[in-house]
Design a protein around this ligand. Structure first.
Ligand SMILES: [Zn+2]
Length: 228
């Protein structure tokens, strides 16, 4: 059961109004007493919550944005969803927030936070990359592990691609309004000044937090069944 009291909206707006997004995330984690580690590298810094090497699931989202946009849907809403999941705390899942998905400092894939994380990852959790999960009611995606309630649907490559270069199985998860599955209309606002927090739907963020919760719970039940 997810309790909602508006703190997700507050965090969304805080992240969208600062240039120091990493500092904002660290402050939020400290305030909520969530343990985390930083993975700094030559041109960025990932945030790791939990133990991805020993987790069944790893939920990821890039927290950087393009310079001309506050990036509410791409990808702050997904970051907020992942942080909400982290606050609830689940032993068999980890959260990783990637740097440098949008603006590669040297224009190389090796500079992506997800690539750096993938190089270092020893375990093999189901990696679910959340990107553009702030508007709509239909969960779409593609990749190596697609839960049955996700509509298999094309989405442009993201951190899942950089992870696959290090032989990790990853899936990309997004959300669209059902009536835009063909037109992808809202994607036209991504990377522009129009991708703002007022467009983000609280119901979509809540749906995604619930979806993660249900996915983890159902996998635990499957594990339990296999034991008996
Ligand atoms: Zn993105």
């Amino acid at each position: 059961m997810i309790l909602y009291n508006g703190h997700m909206r507050t965090l969304l707006e805080e992240l969208c109004s600062t240039r120091n997004r990493l500092g904002c995330i660290i402050g939020y984690l400290c305030t909520n007493r969530i343990k985390f580690t930083l993975q700094p590298y030559h041109c960025g810094c990932n945030v790791i919550i939990g133990d991805p090497d020993n987790a069944d699931f790893c939920f990821c989202a890039h927290y950087d944005v393009v310079t001309n946009s506050v990036g509410a849907n791409d990808n702050t809403a997904s970051v907020v969803v992942c942080l909400e999941h982290a606050i609830e705390g689940h032993q068999n899942s980890a959260v990783v927030l990637f740097d440098q998905e949008e603006q590669l400092c040297n224009g190389r894939i090796e500079d992506m936070g997800s690539y750096v994380f993938g190089m270092d990852l020893k375990g093999s959790p189901h990696i679910l990359v959340l990107d553009v999960c702030g508007i709509g009611d239909t969960i779409i995606g593609h990749g190596d592990y697609l839960p049955s309630d996700v509509l298999n649907h094309y989405t442009p490559p993201s951190d899942d691609y950089a992870l696959s270069l290090n032989n990790h199985k990853a899936s990309l998860i997004s959300v669209l309004p059902e009536d835009q599955l063909d037109s992808h209309m809202i994607w036209r606002e991504l990377h522009t000044v129009y991708d703002t927090p007022d467009k983000i739907q609280d119901s979509t963020m809540l749906m995604m937090v619930d979806w993660i919760y249900t996915l983890i719970l159902s996998s635990k039940e499957i594990h339990e069944d296999q034991k008996t």
